[in-house]
Design a protein around this ligand. Structure first.
Ligand SMILES: Cc1cc2nc3c(=O)[nH]c(=O)nc-3n(C[C@H](O)[C@H](O)[C@H](O)COP(=O)(O)O)c2cc1C
Length: 210
């Protein structure tokens, strides 16, 4: 039940108190994000960890002035690949074969199959598919933060093009997908803190086909 209790404890914190999250907790959350599964193991995204106050101020301005960005301790930004390429696929499988002690060509057929599947789908599909993988990691980070009793606010409320510009993501072939300020809830001034968590009942959410 521990995970369920942690998920009930967490909420999309609206006001943070400026307290620093210890580095080992941030590292734990990032490790959970890194261990997330992804389609074919490609991990088509990176995480930027931002603590620089000037950068955080700039980011807040393109994120509807959401105060958690500057009152939190660390801002995590998931930045997904703009697209897949044979090189990127090869790099992933070079790592996998090396780490598993397999012959370098062990995954060649799979690589060809994968690129044959991805290439015709076009760049927009690539971009969206990479972003969907990033969300899985994002979810893991949210759960890990809750386990560490670190508050976090999942956020899509920002201008991605402007954030990409601030972080220089375009030059890196990346685009921002979603962001997560980490920190601690403020003692006062958070309208959501004592509100009941509301979810659709399981009967309206789960369909069993036995
Ligand atoms: C992808 C995503 C984007 C969100 N964007 C924002 C946001 O920009 N600002 C904010 O305050 N909350 C944001 N939320 C929080 C949701 O409103 C919140 O998770 C939802 O209402 C459920 O409430 P709970 O997280 O407190 O359980 C976002 C949540 C998700 C998952």
């Amino acid at each position: 039940m521990a995970l369920i209790d942690d998920l009930k404890w967490r909420y999309a914190t609206k006001k943070m108190n400026g307290q620093k999250v210890p580095q080992e907790k941030v590292d734990y959350i990032l490790e959970a994000a890194r261990l997330a599964p992804s389609s074919s193991g490609l991990q088509p995204y990176q995480i930027f960890v931002i603590t620089n106050p000037t950068l955080l101020e700039k980011i807040k301005e393109v994120a509807f002035n959401q105060s958690q960005i500057t009152d939190g301790s660390h801002l995590l930004v998931w930045a997904a690949w703009d697209g897949y390429t044979p090189q990127k696929i090869s790099d992933t499988f070079a790592l996998i074969t090396e780490e598993r002690g397999l012959p370098a060509n062990a995954m060649d057929d799979y690589k060809s199959m994968l690129w044959g599947n991805y290439e015709p789908r076009g760049t927009e599909w690539h971009k969206n598919h990479a972003a969907r993988q990033a969300y899985i990691s994002f979810g893991m980070a949210i759960a890990a933060a809750a386990e560490q009793k670190v508050d976090a606010t999942p956020m899509e409320g920002f201008d991605p093009a402007k954030l990409d510009e601030i972080l220089g993501l375009r030059e890196l072939g990346l685009h921002s997908v979603v962001i997560l300020p980490l920190g601690y809830r403020a003692a006062e001034g958070d309208w959501l803190v004592n509100m009941k968590k509301v979810r659709r009942p399981a009967s309206h959410f789960i369909t069993e086909l036995a």
